[in-house]
Write a protein that binds this ligand. Structure first.
Ligand SMILES: *[C@@H]1O[C@H](CO)[C@@H](O)[C@H](O)[C@H]1NC(C)=O
Ligand SMILES: *[C@@H]1O[C@H](CO)[C@@H](O)[C@H](O)[C@H]1NC(C)=O
Ligand SMILES: *[C@@H]1O[C@H](CO)[C@@H](O)[C@H](O)[C@H]1NC(C)=O
Ligand SMILES: *[C@@H]1O[C@H](CO)[C@@H](O)[C@H](O)[C@H]1NC(C)=O
Ligand SMILES: CC(=O)N[C@H]1CO[C@H](CO)[C@@H](O)[C@@H]1O
Length: 496
């Protein structure tokens, strides 16, 4: 750092950067979970109305009579008496009513005359069990309470709509995929079968394999693409050595405030956000998510690699900055807020209205107490550097919720989760686990058949939850096949 000779390559790099072509503007806020981005309402679709279910606050204390209103949606247009009931499980974001009119399960519903429900997860979207999300109130946020919500909801709807004799099938993708499998495990008398798509069923604090799969996805397009990202990371690290470099990063990556290269938390946060720019594209590569109102779905891994390999744009770090600009543009943000303190400040907001990071505070709470799942930079076999180790995420737990949310608490929580559900040793029947080969979450999912009654469906070349989205004209044959396989499983279960 003080060695003047070390500065020579830095100066050369900065010179090259300033000659390199600049790109357009943008900006965005860091998301909490990273499983699903908050869906937006699409234009021109007739959607079902919000409905409300009077739910218990605490299922595990019979003396606690407190209740709250949980949001759900329904569509009975396809139902014929005797048909099955499909229950879509809500997850770590607002439930999107568009699922009641689109998605592969709608095709199944048409063919099988199913009754449809979707139940929003407590503490997300409009389902607020408590007046705010204080740490005290978040004690009622857990996968166990969520499963019990599903159970009481199922029983109530069975009575209300005369659906007790019908076979109920649960659906979920990502964390709700795990819930779908666990619902079948814990309440088999209420759910006849489950489709658990891209389900991370093992709680694990340090999910460092995630970035390895991202690496593999980039390398599959082109080995040089992964190398270009590695080179960009190397150049970023070089720029961090000196004030002049910090200014260059601030300018190139459109930071909202000047980078202090000595502030380790800000640097960690910046590296983590820049990595997320690529993670999000890989996780949802080519998924047909337009119908949910998600923006930028035409950005694919190929787009990223085209940019990273385009030497005419300048040094690798400039190309990396171009990706950042593209992401900012998609999210219609002017600059990148990279500071750790502002992220923490946002996540500390406990009132529902001011929590700008929709679901972020709730989801991070679940990671700090139940799951971990931290997509850290601790693996050496990935190109994103090592600036955001798992300790960076544990520190966030403490900074957001308080001192006691430390590593020991999380270790106990993760052990508890795997004890409750069994991790990969999941003893279930009539559950199918579709998995996509380039979905980074598959590393924590079920990718081999557990038994003839609990099977994996492998979808070569697809990303997160691909089989749940509506068909697209360019869907690969293996994806069409996977959707049909899921249908065949459900059809078979209904005869059992
Ligand atoms: C149910 O879905 C069908 C198919 O998309 C749609 O035409 C119908 O309006 C929906 N019904 C309700 C109540 O949303
Ligand atoms: C994605 O679509 C938007 C608008 O539909 C367009 O402006 C943009 O150029 C497209 N990007 C790519 C990489 O195809
Ligand atoms: C919530 O936001 C409103 C308006 O943006 C502001 O006036 C209020 O002080 C905020 N409340 C809290 C608790 O931050
Ligand atoms: C997946 O597809 C690629 C080509 O698209 C092929 O090279 C590879 O062998 C396939 N993998 C499996 C496990 O089928
Ligand atoms: C990438 C990955 O892990 N895919 C797995 C999905 O599941 C099948 C089994 O059905 C495995 O063979 C794949 O390896």
């Amino acid at each position: 750092m003080t060695n003047p000779r070390a500065l020579i390559p830095l100066m050369i790099l900065i010179l090259a950067l300033d000659l390199g072509s600049g790109t357009t503007l943008g900006g965005r806020r860091r998301r909490g979970g990273g499983l699903l981005s908050p869906p937006r309402r699409p234009e021109g679709t007739e959607l079902p109305e919000d409905q409300w279910f009077l739910q218990k606050l605490n299922h595990f204390d019979p003396t606690d009579g407190r209740t709250w209103k949980q949001r759900y949606f329904t569509n009975a247009s396809f139902y014929r008496p005797g048909g099955p009931v499909f229950l879509m499980i809500g997850g770590e974001g607002p439930a999107n009513p568009v699922w009641l009119v689109e998605g592969s399960w709608i095709e199944y519903a048409k063919r099988l005359n199913a009754y449809l429900f979707q139940l929003e997860h407590r503490f997300y979207g409009k389902s607020h069990p408590t007046e705010d999300a204080s740490v005290e109130n978040l004690a009622y946020l857990s996968s166990e309470q969520a499963l019990a919500d599903l159970a009481t909801f199922t029983v109530a709807m069975q009575e209300e709509h005369d659906l007790k004799e019908n076979k109920w099938i649960a659906f979920g993708g990502s964390y709700p995929g795990s819930l779908a499998a666990w619902y079948r495990l814990k309440y088999p008398h209420l759910v006849h079968g489950s489709v658990a798509t891209s389900a991370p069923v093992v709680a694990q604090i340090n999910f460092k394999e995630y970035l390895e799969v991202v690496r593999d996805a980039l390398a599959t397009v082109n080995e040089k693409c992964d190398e270009a990202v590695k080179e960009a990371t190397r150049q970023l690290n070089m720029l961090l050595l000196h004030r002049v470099g910090w200014q260059s990063i601030t300018k190139r990556f459109k930071l909202c405030s000047p980078l202090d290269g000595q502030n380790k938390k800000d640097v960690a946060n910046l590296f983590s956000i820049l990595t997320e720019n690529l993670e999000d594209v890989v996780q949802y590569n080519r998924d047909n998510r337009d119908f949910e109102g998600v923006k930028g779905t035409n950005i694919t891994i190929d787009t990223l690699c085209d940019i990273m390999l385009d030497e005419s744009r300048g040094p690798a770090v400039t190309r990396y900055a171009a990706i950042n600009s593209l992401v900012l543009e998609i999210h219609e943000e002017e600059c990148l807020d990279h500071t750790y303190d502002s992220m923490i400040k946002e996540l500390r907001a406990t009132n529902w209205e001011n929590n700008t990071d929709i679901g972020g505070r709730s989801w991070i709470y679940q990671t700090c107490t139940e799951f971990g799942f931290y997509q850290s930079s601790d693996s050496l076999n990935q190109p994103f550097g090592n600036e955001f180790p798992v300790s960076f995420f544990i520190q966030q737990c403490q900074d957001i919720y308080g001192e006691k949310f430390n590593l020991d608490l999380l270790k106990e929580g993760v052990k508890r989760t795997n004890t409750l559900y069994g991790g990969k040793d999941l003893k279930v029947t009539r559950v199918v686990f579709p998995n996509g080969s380039i979905d980074p979450w598959h590393a924590l999912g079920i990718t081999d058949n557990l038994s003839p009654e609990a099977t994996a469906i492998f979808i070569n070349g697809t990303a997160h939850c691909a089989n749940m989205y509506p068909e697209a004209t360019d869907d690969p044959p293996q994806l069409l096949h996977a959707r049909e396989q899921v249908f065949n499983h459900i059809q078979k279960w209904l005869q059992e």
